[in-house]
Design a binder for this molecule. Structure first.
Ligand code: ATP
Ligand code: MG
Length: 336
């Protein structure tokens, strides 16, 4: 059985962009494949501490796991839910991989360059986290790792490290699929990129300061509707899907399609003859507030106990699999 592995950092509440662009596609993929594949869903809490955490990390982690369930994740015996820091083999294998990775290849990572830019002193975790990510993947022989485009370079790094290790010590690790095949597996031609509501040239990000630029999953639905109503558009007076010339309107069309799970083309046709943006905004505002209402109701119904029960079996499974793989890597270096 192949393994699909995915995770989202739990630094803060997620945005509508994280939900539509990452969480929901991952949940759909998991549900589509969990009959014949292992699906590992983990919260990379050790990755969370490379930057500031908003609130209590343990509570955030629990909430992130509830998000998956509220988004419709169907759990069966092949779905394994765990927290990274509860499986110490991740840190152990990271150290071993540190000793075969080079400074050059780690320094080339765009995420490292971006995250360290402008910082007077950058923590070593920011530099090393792609290697920890390689350990996260290789411990479970994962073939598919559905993630955003910003992480593709780390998949290539993981492939290089696995291949180097295998060449030196024999076939110990499964080399994950190439990024092009990862994208194909996710069934996407392009990644989804929800835009910032005030500056639609940029993507919506949870770390953006301006409250009205982003919709958070815990926003009061009426407040979220107001944010949509005040979204930046343009003065063309024409509803057209064109992310270059009309990113604000295009973003609203895309949100409307994704939130209602209908083809974008259908939404575009429905609104093609509209000249006033107010009507479109009202419709999108009501779709988003309805979606949030339902999502938040589902979230409130999931108890901590339910999540802890899943973690208990998931972490038992993860430790067994990860320790067995770690042991092989330790033997390769004559540590065992
Ligand atoms: P930060 O500002 O802290 O970087 P972020 O909102 O960019 O936060 P990440 O934690 O970097 O979120 O990413 C979590 C996941 O959400 C990733 O898979 C990423 O590709 C996806 N994602 C982030 N922003 C968007 C967006 N605007 N549209 C679609 N997907 C997104
Ligand atoms: Mg980001």
């Amino acid at each position: 059985m192949k393994t699909i592995l995915t995770g989202i950092r739990s630094n803060s509440v997620l945005t509508l962009g994280n939900y539509l662009g990452a969480l929901l596609p991952m949940v759909r993929l998991a549900n589509a494949h969990s009959k014949d594949s292992h699906v590992n869903i983990f919260v990379p809490d050790l990755h969370s501490i490379i930057s500031d955490v908003d609130g209590d990390l343990r509570q955030n982690t629990l909430r992130t796991l509830k998000y998956y369930l509220a988004a419709g994740l169907e759990v069966n015996e092949n779905v394994h839910i765990y927290r990274q820091s509860y499986v110490p083999a991740h840190s152990e294998l990271c150290w071993i991989l540190n000793c075969i990775a080079t400074m050059g290849e780690a320094s080339r990572m765009t995420q490292y360059k971006e995250k360290s830019k402008g910082q007077e002193s950058c923590n070593v975790g920011i530099f090393d986290y792609p290697i920890l990510m390689a350990a996260d993947i290789l411990l479970y022989d994962a073939t598919y790792v559905p993630i955003g485009e910003d992480q593709f370079q780390h998949i290539e790094l993981t492939r290089n490290l696995a291949t180097r290790f295998n060449n030196r010590f024999g076939e110990i690790f499964t080399v994950p699929a190439k990024t092009a095949d990862q994208v194909k597996f996710m069934g996407m031609s392009d990644g989804i990129r929800i835009r910032d509501l005030l500056n639609p040239e940029k993507k919506m990000s949870k770390s953006t300061k301006a409250e009205n630029s982003k919709i958070m999953l815990d926003d009061n639905p009426a407040k979220a509707a107001k944010k949509i109503m005040s979204a930046t558009t343009d003065s063309f007076g024409k509803v057209k899907f064109d992310m270059w010339s009309q990113p604000g309107i295009s973003n609203l069309l895309q949100i409307e399609a994704l939130v209602n799970d209908v083809p974008l083309q259908d939404v575009i046709s429905t609104w093609a003859s509209e000249t006033r943006y107010g009507e479109l905004k009202k419709k999108v505002a009501s779709s988003v507030s309805e979606m949030l209402t339902i999502f938040q109701e589902k979230l409130a119904d999931i108890s901590d106990g339910e999540v802890f029960a899943l973690l208990e079996s998931g972490e038992k499974y993860a430790n067994e699999v990860a320790n067995a793989k770690l042991f092989e890597a330790q033997k390769a270096f004559h540590l065992r």
